[in-house]
Ligand binder design. Sequence first.
Ligand SMILES: Cc1cc2nc3c(=O)[nH]c(=O)nc-3n(C[C@H](O)[C@H](O)[C@H](O)COP(=O)(O)OP(=O)(O)OC[C@H]3O[C@@H](n4cnc5c(N)ncnc54)[C@H](O)[C@@H]3O)c2cc1C
Length: 310
Amino acid sequence: MAKLWVIAEKADTAVELLAWAKELGPAEQLVCLTGNPAAAAAAAVQGADRVLLFSGAARPEAYVPDWLALAQREEPAAILLGADRRAKEIAAALAAGLDAGLVSDCVQLRQGEGEGYYSERYIYGGLALLGETTTRRPLLATIPAGKVTPLPARAAVAVENMSGTRPDPVRLVELRPQPSVSALTEARVIVCVGRGLLKQEDLRLARDLAAAFGGEIGCTRPIAEERRWLPEKCYLGITGQKAAPELYITLGVSGQIQHMSGVRDSKCIVAVEKNDAAPIVEAADYTIIGDLYEVTPQLLAALKDQGGGR
Ligand SMILES: Cc1cc2nc3c(=O)[nH]c(=O)nc-3n(C[C@H](O)[C@H](O)[C@H](O)COP(=O)(O)OP(=O)(O)OC[C@H]3O[C@@H](n4cnc5c(N)ncnc54)[C@H](O)[C@@H]3O)c2cc1C
């Protein structure tokens, strides 16, 4: 039996990755490495056998040399990371340093035949699913959020404090949050607008609907990149944000594959679409065939009658 590692900066990511690691079969030890005390605390009660909390640097990237040296000593069979940009950069640096295989954006990962790990990921803009078995050790994999239920809490293991061995050449001057990106990827409900919307001021309809659910507003790429009605960080899809909300409501979105690739893990998709032949009709769990300018006010009125959508 070998060790399995997860590397995560966020508490949610850490506990999800530990649940993925548990699915990989019996391991000598599930180890969580992080630079964030909150992630360390969460991992310590939700799945990790050992938690290593690194400190002394402003950025997790600064710990890559330490993690490389540790991986060379401990030889984990697999190293799992989240699928945000930062985690992907760290994964690539570790894979290069360890001369290891890296599978990005896994939607499936399990023990395969013999010694290998079997993974699945979407290719060709989400049109096909590629399954592959990697026998090279360690396997590095990045896994998008929201696809697995974290393990139940149990008595905490101790968190071991580690300090980075090399000084970080980067000095952190200021941290600026990007509220709409994290709000979108973590939202329980998203109302997404597409080119079916005629005027920028009509975004109010979507905003009102999102507010009734305590959710966020998102859009398709042309709304952000061509019409520039919303910031680019608000568009969802293969080249945009990925999200897996409990409820994804679309208003005037045709449902092209490049858009749906980013939201296919939504628990329930409800479309408001006037064309019953649009691809969104096939992709959605429920479609209201009709004009969004008639349907949305009716939805808002119905929600108001019921005291909101929450
Ligand atoms: C390489 C590449 C990457 C891409 N990446 C992305 C991506 O990440 N995200 C993304 O979103 N797109 C992406 N695209 C663009 C994508 O292919 C589609 O063009 C885009 O998603 C379509 O946006 P839309 O649904 O808003 O517009 P449309 O396809 O024009 O659809 C508008 C829909 O609104 C309906 N409609 C019109 N009026 C009303 C009304 N009054 N009431 C109800 N329904 C109405 C229409 O019937 C239609 O179905 C990418 C494209 C390429 C080539």
